[in-house]
Design a protein around this ligand. Structure first.
Ligand SMILES: [Zn+2]
Ligand SMILES: [Zn+2]
Length: 251
């Protein structure tokens, strides 16, 4: 930014407006917008709102036009000694340099404050990241242990499945045996068509000795399966009973 492009700003910290038109300048090298200048310097004696310097002299505060007309510029220093002209210019440049320098200091202060905030934010973010990392590690551990439990359950499931298949195979075997027994009983009845002679129509109870001897231990296993299976077996004898009933009715 070249010095000529720089625009003065109201030194009131709550204003900081870029100045144009009329402004108030002080002997302590501060400058204010028309609003804050007239507010601060309307009563006498007055003091500078920024540095609190007493401004009691007649020319300690001046309301000046920042962009004077060409006619004013052509006449304001006319007739003065060259030394006086240079002295006036020197004072104006000192004021300007002070303002630019103050602005630079303010910007540096704001920059360092923002830098401090950035550092604090970075510290906060690092702490957050660390705690998230810890949480993540704990969750990873939990997942690993859950996977282990799942594997154990899978093994148990396979074991149970294997046992179930074994039971199914046994069941199929027994079913085949039952079918062959039915077939055998049917064959025996067809060979021995003599109607039963007992008048009650009750099914003749089988003695253990009546089991066909060729069936062997498989049959013993079948008969030891419990009342349900025995019932199923004897239900098969029902047609005989039915025939008995019809035989009785005919008599
Ligand atoms: Zn202002
Ligand atoms: Zn001041």
């Amino acid at each position: 930014m070249s010095a000529s492009k720089y625009t003065l700003q109201c030194n009131s910290h709550k204003c900081r407006a870029k100045l144009s038109g009329f402004a108030w300048v002080t002997a302590c090298s501060h400058v204010f917008c028309d609003h804050h200048g007239s507010e601060a310097f309307s009563r006498a004696p007055s003091s500078c709102p920024v540095c609190s310097k007493m401004l009691s002299g007649k020319l300690d505060v001046l309301r000046t036009e920042l962009t004077p007309s060409e006619q004013y510029k052509s006449m304001v220093l006319v007739g003065l000694q060259p030394e006086t002209v240079l002295e006036i210019s020197h004072n104006a440049l000192v004021f300007w340099t002070y303002q630019v320098n103050q602005e630079r200091l303010l910007m540096e202060y704001n920059l360092s404050r923002a830098g401090g905030q950035v550092l604090q934010m970075e510290k906060f973010m690092t702490q957050q990241n660390q705690s998230r990392e810890l949480e993540l590690n704990a969750l990873r551990g939990e997942i690993a242990s859950l996977k282990k439990v799942l594997e154990e359950y899978k093994l148990k499931y396979n074991e149970v499945l294997e046992r179930l298949n074994e039971r199914n195979r046994q069941y199929q075997k027994l079913q085949k045996l039952l079918d062959s027994l039915r077939m055998h009983t049917l064959g025996m009845e067809e060979k021995d068509p003599t109607p039963p002679t007992f008048p009650t129509g009750l099914v003749k109870q089988r003695s253990p000795h009546s089991s066909p001897s060729f069936l062997g231990p498989e049959v013993d296993r079948f008969f030891s399966l419990g009342p349900d299976n025995t019932k199923t077996f004897f239900q098969f004898s029902t047609p005989t009973r039915d025939r008995t009933h019809s035989f009785i009715k005919k008599n």
